[in-house]
Design a protein around this ligand. Sequence first.
Ligand code: PLP
Length: 385
Amino acid sequence: MTRKKTDTIAVRTGIGTDTQHHAVVPPLYLSTNYRFPALGDVPTYDYARGGNPTRAQLEQALTDLEGGAGAVVTNCGMAAINLVLSLLKTGDKIVAPHDCYGGTYRLLESRSKQGIWQVKFVDQSDPDALASALAESPTLVLVETPSNPLLRVVDIADICQQAHQVGAWVVVDNTFLSPALQQPLALGADMVVHSTTKFINGHSDIVGGAVIAATSELAETLAWWGNCIGATGNAFDSYMTLRGLRTLGARVKQHQQNTQAVLAYLQTVPAVRQLYYPGLTTHPGHEIAARQQSGFGSMLSLELDTDSDGVARFIAGLSLFALAESLGGVESLVTHPGSMTHRAMSDAAQAEAGIAPTLLRFSIGLEDADDLIADLANAFAALAA
Ligand SMILES: *Cc1c(COP(=O)(O)O)cnc(C)c1O
């Protein structure tokens, strides 16, 4: 059978598989435990931390969407990253992006301060910095592309090739694009992690995560650790996430269409000092993004030509865009990375990562684009006032 297309996989997972009542939509199994038919006869599912039919359906969907060999659904995105880190031994080295997600930075930095691993944060788009980090024989290379919040893009296939030469695993955080727009395993990555809280669930009502592995050996090891450390996701959240996932393709298309409209408007506004979006031909990562992504996504950042009072006036002038963390939901959001998502980074680390105090990050939602643009116009008027 030919491999189904992404939208079909997302819509169809588990549909029509109920043999008991022939329910079209698969049922939700909330039970924590499952009966053994007889002594010594271990059922497929025995205890829900280790496995659950509803979670297994979401794991199958994500495995198929990312083109992997298996997946572990976790209770949040950080648990997914922590689960990958369970593969490491004391003293192992990790190479991570200098501008990675704030929570990832905090986890890697805190554990390295405890002496558990050594982590090197590098600008992976700088070939010399990457080569010298790889020369130290890391066990794991973490890649985040497009990165948060500046949407920097790195070449996944190229990094995988270089990392594999020194025997390192490559794990790609694919949260910002979802498998609808980027499939890192096909580019050579060993693992993909997601905060399913974002585009995969897409409705801002579930916190969840996942690791998808390229080989069944890695998938089995991750499943073993997931159960061991208690990182796995619960049945209800898996059910909700599977429900959200079914519309991933349709949502992403509309998210991108709205983003195009908003961008066209923002390019006309003098108070926008700098726009960060990989779809712009002026973006330094544009060519790589055009090659390795099947769309430019719906996250964009901008620097306002103002001071911190101006940033506050601008934000107060918005009514549709809520000032909130997170991204990838149906509703439009604005975030101030310096004081919100990236506050765990020191001022020096923020400056190093290029996070200016007037930087704002937008998650463009599914409202009518005209209303989003009108909302932004009100905020620019408030900024000028
Ligand atoms: C949100 C996010 C995470 C963490 O996920 P949680 O579900 O909040 O634990 C990791 N990476 C990226 C890129 C994210 O946006």
